[in-house]
Write a protein that binds this ligand. Structure first.
Ligand SMILES: NC(=O)c1ccc[n+]([C@@H]2O[C@H](COP(=O)([O-])OP(=O)(O)OC[C@H]3O[C@@H](n4cnc5c(N)ncnc54)[C@H](OP(=O)(O)O)[C@@H]3O)[C@@H](O)[C@H]2O)c1
Length: 169
């Protein structure tokens, strides 16, 4: 008898436009402090897993979180970050974690992780953006909505936005 887990609970945190846009030129498409705050609250104290391009875009490890970066470059070394060469390796490295592990992008990593994900922290920014990077469209019939909270734009947040937590049925 062992309590050792074989896989962590995998969650995704993502912010999308109405058209599922998530980025352009390796940058985010908006500056929404309310979403940054929500992201920080949701993921602090957890492990975050991201693709190498998203890490480059952020430029440093996210504080108060174990950071894992996925690359095909087996020689890449980054201070303060664990580097792995596949999503499977990232999940294996976190298999004993009690808290959910957060996949935090970008598109390539979301696409591979979505089938393994049981919880989706989905922020929708209510605007259609010109983008080069998109989140895979989700089939709502596969997900239960656990919570949904819509906020109006204000002086700091240019667009209306909705925070949802979805659980796979
Ligand atoms: N709106 C949001 O919530 C959000 C969140 C995160 C990111 N973003 C945006 O998303 C964009 C970046 O997304 P992206 O799709 O271009 O890049 P990405 O998913 O961040 O990173 C792609 C890189 O990950 C590595 N990779 C992917 N699959 C792999 C595999 N199976 N095995 C090993 N390595 C693998 C490769 O790194 P190497 O090239 O080093 O081999 C690949 O180039 C940016 O615009 C960013 O701002 C948006």
């Amino acid at each position: 008898m062992t309590n050792e887990q074989t896989s962590p609970s995998v969650a995704i945190a993502v912010a999308v436009g109405e058209n599922f846009a998530i980025g352009k030129n390796n940058q985010l498409l908006w500056h929404m402090p309310a979403d940054l705050k929500f992201f920080k609250q949701t993921t602090s104290g957890h492990t975050v897993v991201m693709g190498r391009k998203t890490f480059d875009s952020v430029g440093k490890p996210l504080p108060n979180r174990r950071n894992i970066v996925i690359t095909r470059d087996g020689n890449l070394k980054i201070d303060g970050v664990e580097v792995v060469t596949s999503l499977e390796e990232a999940i294996e490295a976190t298999k004993n974690e009690e808290k959910p592990v957060f996949i935090v992008g970008g598109a390539e990593i979301y696409r591979q992780a979505l089938p393994k994900t049981d919880t989706l922290y989905l922020t929708t920014i209510h605007h259609t953006f010109d983008a080069d990077t998109f989140f895979p469209e989700i089939d709502r019939s596969e997900w239960d909505t656990i919570s949904s909270e819509t906020h109006k734009a204000d002086e700091k947040n240019k667009y209306d936005y909705t925070f949802e937590v979805l659980k796979r049925k």
